[in-house]
Design a protein around this ligand. Structure first.
Ligand code: SF4
Length: 310
């Protein structure tokens, strides 16, 4: 663990691997999702609005190369220290296409100067042996990580939010990726309907055993005009909402029991305020949330995994 931070930070992880700062560049490569094209469903997960998570330069009508070059230009102006980039296939399900389409898109991204690897966001039911073989081949030369939307370990919740897969499928997908020695990430949401902080703490022994390299946490952000926002308006009692100070207490408690080997990419989400309903934290930058989390660790003289038990 870094001697600077009380947790395994994503930036330190990349510094160790690449010896310098690496910036992820978000892409919309024009994929769809089985939960939207009718294979599993048509309306998607009840919290989904991909527009809210994409920077403005990400538009599928622009080529992958154009999006990456525009992303590099944007970041070079803002963060002059970044020297290398990872193409982050974020929007929708980025392993959901035939193998030749996938190969073409990934190779296009890897062909852009200074792009040293891929981070591919996808669903558990969009990982196959064939895809793993392609990614393993690419990973011989470049960094390749696959981030799986797990969201919850509870199947009842996954049904409520219409994920169209269960928790076991997430475990199977991660195991398959690891069989091919690929880097794995997992994403979880705290605040889905009918779940409580007690449920999230009870999930820890299961999460801690997952074959993950990196992990990302989000508080539930209610995006305007999504199904979950409508559900919240009609049945607010089904939601355990935390304000920011409460969330900070919770996430520090949680991280104290988290596997100390996991690299934490994010502790909380940040969506542009214009997408958010009023039932959120308002305009609070992630940097500020992170500072508050680090201050809480310092106050407790604590760190990731302090109370981790196998
Ligand atoms: S799996 Fe992802 S892209 Fe598909 S509907 Fe759910 S949140 Fe949206």
């Amino acid at each position: 663990m870094s001697n600077k931070k009380p947790y395994n930070s994503y930036s330190d992880y990349f510094s160790k691997i690449f010896g310098g700062r690496v910036q992820k560049l978000t892409l919309d490569a024009g994929f769809t999702c089985p939960n939207r094209d009718g294979t599993k469903g048509v309306n998607g997960c009840i919290f989904c609005d991909n527009n809210a998570f994409n920077p403005s330069y990400c538009m599928p009508e622009k080529s992958i190369t154009t999006q990456l070059l525009e992303g590099i230009e944007f970041h070079q102006k803002r963060y002059r220290r970044a020297v290398s980039y990872l193409a982050y296939f974020q929007a929708y399900s980025n392993t959901y296409a035939d193998i030749e389409t996938l190969r073409e898109k990934y190779l296009e991204a890897l062909g852009v100067p200074n792009v040293i690897g891929l981070v591919i966001g996808t669903r558990p039911d969009c990982i196959t042996e064939e895809i793993c073989k392609l990614l393993a081949e690419l990973s011989k030369e470049k960094y390749v990580a696959v981030e799986i939307g797990i969201e919850s370990i509870y199947d009842k919740t996954l049904q409520t939010v219409h994920r169209g897969h269960d928790f076991n499928e997430a475990v199977q997908a991660l195991n398959l990726l690891k069989k091919y020695n690929l880097k794995t990430g997992g994403h979880f949401i705290f605040g889905l309907p009918d779940e409580t902080p007690e449920d999230w703490m009870k999930a820890l022994p299961i999460i801690n055993k997952l074959p993950l390299d990196t992990i990302k946490f989000h508080q539930l952000q209610l995006i305007k005009n999504t199904e979950i926002e409508k559900l919240y308006q009609t049945q607010p009692e089904r939601f355990f909402r935390m304000n920011m100070p409460e969330y900070i207490q919770f996430i520090v408690n949680f991280t104290e029991q988290l596997n100390p080997d996991f690299v934490i990419e994010r502790f909380a989400g940040e969506v542009p305020p214009r997408y958010l309903s009023d039932a959120n934290w308002g305009i609070i930058r992630y940097d500020l949330v992170l500072r508050e989390i680090e201050a809480e660790f310092a106050k407790r003289e604590s760190f990731q995994g302090k109370r981790y038990t196998i």
